[in-house]
Design a protein around this ligand. Sequence first.
Ligand code: MV4
Length: 461
Amino acid sequence: MINKILIANRGEIALRIVRACRELGIKTLAVYSEADEQSLHVQLADEAICIGPPQPAESYLRTDRIISAAEISNVDAIHPGYGFLSEKADFVEQCESCKIIFIGPSSSVIRQMGDKALAIESFRKVGVPTVPGSDGVVKSVSEAVKVAESIGYPVLVKAVSGGGGKGMRVAHNSVAFAKEFEVARAEAEKAFGDGSVYLEKFIENPRHIEFQILADKHGKVIHLGERDCSVQRRHQKLIEEAPSPFLSEELREKMGSIAVKAAKAVGYENAGTIEFLVDEKGNFYFIEMNTRIQVEHPVTEEVTDTDLIKEQIRIADGQHLRLNQEDIVINRHAIECRINAEDPLKNFAPCPGTIDLYYPPGGHGVRVDSHVYGGYVIPPYYDSMIGKLITYGRSREIAMDRMYRALEEFIISGIKTTIPFSKVIMQDPVFRSGKATTKFVEEFVERTNLDNLIQSNHNLE
Ligand code: MV4
């Protein structure tokens, strides 16, 4: 039985985990850096231990200090949240050898899915549709050119250790290809210490649609439908929603059952996400599996009425999934806007500093997941997301109108945020029509006079 959990994270997700534990009657240990002493999760956890200076490499990534804290405080399990140690197979191995439950899949599945080419191969073998491309890693330029020619341009070179868009290069013809191939390999070597790359046909204007799955330790796997995360800027998601406005019920069922099949094939356990690209014609291709809880999990929670963090904990505790696939009936729509401390008028430059006023919105169909408050100082050491605003209702229309209303109500002063930007998107005809693809934000920024819109929409200061 899990009695106490160490939360190896910070910010809103750490607070989210504290809340789930409270409802389950599980004690919590927060570990925090010197920059996060005033954070809400530190104050709300039952115990807290400082694990070092602000820089992540000196605190949230220090596995030695985190394992020591776990042992001193006698915790049964560690919840890694997202980012930081959540997908570090070596850390999970350490937990396994110390008999501390890692709330997530096994180290071996994390390792397998962390190698993107191996993940694709594992799934392709069992009939999951993947993008036409190389059979795993391509070692030499001469071999790569041959494969690229047979795929047909444009071709994308991707890093095996990449993900989230890092180390990706597109080539539109054979002349450009040799150069992009070498650049991608050098970038991958520099960023990940692993220059291995693989090739895929470049899918133009895709949608990013990901399926949430839950798998218990007893072989039961279900999916909780999809999230559409097409509204991204430089591989940072800005707005996510569930269900996708693009999928037909037929396509949803097909992709969902394939996601379940994929998870079963690799012996997956705990919560996970199967990412697909979907083209204009409705062809879909597996690209990556995320072996963690994701930032955007609340939209799935709101449309399926589940608590994914609690489910993760119960699964890690060895309990049987109580949910059956038939229980997952989605008749609501949810949208999430990430609230980042960034200035949309200065190319989304981070804006750390002190939050002066903080009045979050409320009312029917509104959820705010955030660790901040009036007077909170946003440290400059971490990513700029300071919260998530989620709205939901019986239809997409209602969820969007509610989001606009909630954004309008949201007061955060003292720093710049992405709130006004999201407000403009909520009124945009392309977004409202449900036709946004991964090209949307770029095109939107180009055709929109943000100066005018943000000033006329945002009468704070
Ligand atoms: C692609 C692609 C087109 N074709 N793969 C970017 C992040 C990483 N998870 C995968 N990514 C892409 N892979 C093929 N074969 C286009 C993207 C892509 C993208 C994907 C999802 C969301 C936003 C994106 C923005 C640019 C490119």
